[in-house]
Ligand binder design. Structure first.
Ligand code: PGA
Length: 248
């Protein structure tokens, strides 16, 4: 039985003072019935992982390079992140795709690197507002999914996150019908590629303005196995109720 997943993406937020939020989550969720992942900035991974060493909470990274080492100033490899204590890495977030020109092919290369280092790849997909309004959402999702997932992807080493770009940090969320349509579509595409049985093993997260107030209804939506939460993951007082809504 696959466990649901509440994942927090701190983005470029947080200094050592923010480790208090990790400590608060550790003490508030000693035996969660869902998986919990916190992805702080890379500067905090080792300390956050230390705080979680006796907790089921997993610490993750927000990106990795596709190569294991080499002359790539400023980059971090998947084995380095694993060595620092990460168990997962977010890949292909729309902010990486937009700000760093990451293509789906690059995301697939990074996912292979993550898998080789024993990290769970949290692969993000999502349409822009113009693509949604032009009725291209499902085409975009299909193209990103096909290009971003390596052949070795399984439900054990890969999580998918559907994050409509226009819903990220905007306070806007799709209707539950829109979320369900895309999640059902992703599940069917996974079935075509990996087989219906294997497709069921993948966790499909929704991301984009998930808050304590809308989490329960989103989690009740078809094929939603959890959330990737940005702004509302920065404070344990916001993230905890989202975790509890997923446990309900
Ligand atoms: P948000 O971000 O929850 O702040 O909208 C989600 C994300 O980008 O992962």
């Amino acid at each position: 039985m696959k466990r649901k997943l509440a994942a927090g993406n701190w983005k470029m937020n947080g200094t050592t003072a923010s480790l208090a939020e990790v400590k608060s989550l550790v003490s508030g969720h000693a035996a969660p019935s869902v998986d919990i992942l916190i992805c702080p900035p890379a500067t905090l991974i080792a300390q956050a992982a230390g705080i979680c060493s006796k907790s089921p909470i997993m610490i993750g990274a927000q990106d990795c390079h596709a190569a294991p080492s080499g002359a790539h100033t400023g980059d971090l490899s998947a084995p380095m992140l694993a060595d620092a204590g990460a168990g997962a890495v977010i890949l292909g977030h729309s902010e990486r795709r937009e700000n760093h020109n990451e293509t789906s092919d690059m995301v697939a290369q990074k996912a292979m690197a993550a898998h080789a280092a024993g990290l769970i790849a949290v692969v993000c997909l999502g349409e822009s507002l113009a693509q949604r309004e032009g009725a291209h959402t499902l085409d975009v999702i299909a193209e990103q999914l096909a290009g971003s997932l390596p052949d070795g992807a399984t439900g054990a080493n890969t999580v998918l996150a559907y994050e409509p770009i226009w819903a990220i940090g905007s306070g806007l969320t799709p209707t539950l019908a829109q979320i369900g349509e895309v999640h059902d579509f992703i599940r069917s595409l996974l079935g075509e590629r990996f087989g219906a049985q294997a497709a069921q093993d993948f966790r499909l997260l929704y991301g984009g303005s998930v808050k304590p107030g809308n989490a329960a209804e989103i989690f009740a939506t078809s094929n939603v196995d959890g959330a990737l939460v940005g702004g509302a993951s920065l404070k344990s007082s916001d993230f905890s109720p989202i975790i509890r809504a997923l446990e309900a």
